[in-house]
Write a protein that binds this ligand. Sequence first.
Ligand SMILES: [Zn+2]
Length: 277
Amino acid sequence: MPRWRQGQRRLVIAAANATHTFRIAASPACSVCRFSPSCIPPDAVRAKPSKIKGRTTVPLRKLAAGFLDFQRDTFAPKRQFFDQLAQKQEPKVAMIACSDSRVDPAILTNSESGDIFMVRNVANLVPPCARDEEKHGISAALEFAVIALEVQHIIVFGHANCGGIKALLTNDPTTAEEHEFIHNWLDIAGEARRRTLIAARNQPLEVQLHKLEREAIKTSLSNLLTFPWIEQRVRDGRLRLHGWHFDLHSGSIDVYVASEDRFLPLTIDLIAELQDG
Ligand SMILES: [Zn+2]
C-alpha cells in the first residue's frame, strides 16, 4: 500500500520487492530513476531508499537525466532521421580511439549518430593482423567497418596525457603486477617505446610522453596495413588512413602528415590536402 513519508513530501510505494519514491508535486515518475518502476535497475531495486539517494547514484542519475534530455531535445525533433538510421548505418569514417573518459571523438568533432564507426581501447592501439584462435575484438571491428560498411577513412585518434601510454613509457611495475591484461596489450607499442627512448633519451618525461603518444599512433597506422583487406583498399584509393592527436590542454588536434613524417595542426585546408593527395 502507498504511504506518505513524514516530513519529506514524498510518496513511497513498495511493490515487487522494490521501494520507489515519487515526488508529490512532480510528474508521476520515480525520483530514483525518473522512469516507471519497471525500469529500475536490480541494484537500485534492492537498495534502501537512503542508499538510493546517496552519492553513488549521482553519476547514474546524471546519465539518466542526460538521456532524457537527448530524447526530448534531439530524438523527438529528428524522428525521421533516427527512423532512417534504424534501417541502416552508413558511416564513412571509422575511428580507433582511447577509452579515456576525457577524450570522446564524437563529442570533440560534433558528430551525430551514424557518423563514426567507433572502436575504443586502452591507448587507441591497433594490433597487427594475427590469424589464430584468439578472440580479436579490434580486428573484428575493423573487418566489419572496412569490408561490410566500406568506410572511406580510418582515423587513429590519440591524445595527450594518455594514462596507457604513460604506463607503457615508464614501464610502471604497478601496471604489470596489478593488472592481468593491460601490460601485454600495451606491448603492441613496445617498438614505438624503444624508438622514443632512443630519440628522446635525455628529454624530460613530458617530452618523451608527447613523442610516444605520436609514435604509438604511427605504429597503429602501420599495423592497419598488415590487414590485407585494408592494405589493398589503401593501395587502390578506396580507403585512407589518418593519425590525429588531441591535446586536452590546448584543445587542439595535430594531424599526421606521412609524407613529412610529422604532425601539423588540423585545418580544413590540411585535411583537404591529405584527402586529395
Ligand atoms: Zn589514452
